[in-house]
Design a binder for this molecule. Structure first.
Ligand SMILES: Nc1ncnc2c1ncn2[C@@H]1O[C@H](COP(=O)(O)OP(=O)(O)O)[C@@H](O)[C@H]1O
Ligand SMILES: [Mg+2]
Length: 154
């Protein structure tokens, strides 16, 4: 069952992303949907910084490289921005097969088509028309961890 929470501001998005990082384990995929400017990259940056234990970790946008890899204390992570991917076949050139052993953060996951992992955490960010700083986040997946992830969020 999908759950929707409200992220009142960027700090709330960062707190939720840090919570997700603490709950993540090798083999996970987090699929970030939502329009341009929704906060997919902001979520990814906060997730990676929390998982690294380094609030200043450089997190360049993978807009042009399509993927950035991170060696983190508990897992390797891959941050994908698939907006420019021509098709799922090109994923293998980006090392998609190795990703199964680590954690994948994927912006524009609809480009995965049939390669979308079945047990992924889906996160759909939507702007709140009433407030520029707020987002609605609909979460689906992680049945064993969803309650811990969203606890305390409205
Ligand atoms: N609650 C919020 N969550 C995430 N980003 C927010 C929020 N409020 C404002 N923002 C701003 O919205 C922008 C989101 O940009 P970005 O993360 O690059 O979006 P995307 O990757 O989805 O295109 C950033 O400038 C960020 O500071
Ligand atoms: Mg982005």
């Amino acid at each position: 069952m999908p759950t929707t929470i409200r992220l009142a501001d960027l700090a709330a998005t960062e707190a939720l992303a840090a919570r997700a990082a603490s709950l993540a384990r090798p083999g996970d995929a987090l699929l970030l949907d939502g329009p341009l400017g929704a906060g997919k990259s902001a979520f990814s940056r906060a997730f990676l910084r929390a998982a690294a234990g380094d609030p200043r970790l450089e997190v360049p946008s993978p807009t042009f490289t399509l993927v950035q890899q991170y060696e983190l204390p508990r897992f390797q992570a891959w941050h994908f921005d698939l907006y420019r991917l021509s098709g799922p076949d090109d994923l293998f050139e980006l090392g998609w097969e190795e990703v199964a052993d680590g954690v994948a953060l994927v912006e524009w996951p609809e480009r995965l088509e049939d390669l979308r992992p079945a047990d992924a955490l889906g996160l759909r960010l939507a702007p709140d028309p009433a407030d520029d700083e707020a987002r609605f986040l609909t979460l689906e997946g992680w049945p064993d961890r969803l309650a811990a992830l969203t606890e305390g969020f409205p």
